[in-house]
Write a protein that binds this ligand. Structure first.
Ligand code: CA
Ligand code: CA
Length: 217
């Protein structure tokens, strides 16, 4: 949403009834921002610790507030550094990079489908769309104390774009369409709006959340 060369960006897609999902997502964003702003020098280890802090914060809150029991959230977080971007994700929110017109997915889903694929099971797009386990996540933030998030640094060079998005977006837009929409001329906010409105027009029934970043030349 912001054209920037520094900062931290988070997409969090919460789950849990009676607004508990929004509580979990809000806690994740706040914990990660607070933790990262206290770090002198951003590192992959520091970003992993920030996600663990979010996890503890959600677990502690759920233990105190019965109406929040069982809440959780996905996170996709990008911490832009002078030379690249530190990325981490838990759940099925994703981060993609567009470089010279080519889209690459930089994070792996923590989902049942992704687990099958990592074990070498080949699934066609239509098999995935009809798979009874297609919405099942193998990890989210806030449901187990021993969450072990992974962060790593990726190149993010002048002209590159990053897209952080919830499954409400990537679940209804094929990657070639995401690539085309990200490649369009225009401000990052216009590109973001086009992605979200196209997802809605394509029948998104879930929350559609997207953040687009472009490294200025
Ligand atoms: Ca992950
Ligand atoms: Ca979702």
């Amino acid at each position: 949403m912001i054209d920037t060369s520094g900062g931290v960006f988070v997409v969090a897609d919460g789950m849990g009834g009676h607004n508990a999902g929004e509580v979990a997502a809000g806690l994740a964003v706040e914990s990660i921002r607070t933790f990262v702003s206290d770090e002198d020098r951003p590192s992959a280890g520091g970003l992993e610790e920030a996600v663990r802090a979010a996890n503890r914060n959600i677990l502690d809150t759920a233990a105190r507030r019965p109406e929040c029991a069982g809440m959780g959230t996905t996170v996709a977080v990008a911490l832009v550094t002078p030379t690249g971007a530190l990325l981490s994700s838990v759940g099925d929110s994703r981060i993609y990079r567009l470089r010279q017109g080519r889209l690459t997915q930089l994070t792996q889903d923590d989902s049942w489908i992704a687990k099958l694929q990592s074990e070498g099971v080949e699934l066609t797009q239509s098999e995935i769309e009809r798979h009874p386990m297609r919405h099942v996540l193998t990890d989210v933030v806030g449901t187990r104390a021993d969450l072990a998030p992974h962060a790593e640094e990726h190149a993010f060079e002048p002209g590159d774009m990053l897209l952080l998005c919830s499954d409400g977006l990537h679940g209804v837009l094929r990657s070639d369409l995401i690539e085309e929409l990200l490649s369009a001329d225009g401000t990052v906010s216009a590109v973001t709006e086009a992605l979200v409105s196209t997802a809605v027009a394509n029948g998104a029934t879930d929350n559609v959340t997207a953040v687009v970043l472009r490294r200025s030349a």
